[in-house]
Design a protein around this ligand. Sequence first.
Ligand code: PLP
Length: 303
Amino acid sequence: MEYVFMNGEYVEADKAVIPVRTHAFLYGTSVFEGIRAYYNKEEDQLYAFRVKEHYQRLLASAKVMWMKSPYTLEEYSNITKSLLKKNEYKTDVYIRPTLYKSAIKVGPTLTDNEDSFLIFTTPFGDYFDANAGLKLCVSSWRRTSDNAIPPRAKVSGAYANSALIKTDAHEMGFDDAVVLSESGQVTEGSAMNIFLVINGVLTTTSITDDILIGVTRNTVIELAHELGIPVCERPIDRTELYNAEEVFCCGTGAQIVPVESIDHRPVGDGKIGKITKQIQSLYYDVVKGKVEKYKKWCLSVYD
Ligand SMILES: Cc1ncc(COP(=O)(O)O)c(C=O)c1O
């Protein structure tokens, strides 16, 4: 039996339903997070990764969307831990906390519209094969801009943009796509951030380039510092994608995934690059609680 946390209680998953006239369903007015928990078999422990940082971002998204958070950061962590424990997972898990406009009403206004919170969890393997490089294209769709639907806020309605990007890329035979901003510069993938190695420097778009500021992006930057790899955050042109020595994407779902080609042009020599490999291997150790220094990012579920 799987439980969902909803309206302050743990309910059986198939009983966790919302009415059809719920505002969030009608207008995409929910903010959410995607968090992973990793099962460490040797320790028989489940580690939820960077829970605090994900809830901090949830609160930031909520503020943009005129939502009041019903819980504190500590309460969110405790609820997440209790739910995982209750579901007794011994496998990797995806955690989806959602804060949503729950008024039963027609009309898009966000004020005078109550907020509700739920979390569901589900066993989750790899979203992409970490060893097979992605074949990307540059999407003909543009990323929504900060003054339209701000990518910095993780709002469910904004994922119509991601859905079009991902689906059209798939239909054309690619795994995913790089999305440009309204001004034509690189932003990110459909649901992941992007890193390029240019002249040995790990380069990523800056936080004001219409991206979701990924928790994994931040992890990668910290791990690169640890490994002594120089990092630069700056605007990136489309053609820099074609000349980069290495490219990889990252996100909670995607994890660290190398890119093999972009618009049919091979990245580097088409094989996984050295820096990508280094980051990838440290990342997989860190998320499983195997690196003492970064255990601070791993919330143990089973006491
Ligand atoms: C649009 C978008 N960009 C980037 C990311 C990566 O963010 P994170 O590393 O916090 O999962 C995601 C994943 O949630 C996303 O949906």
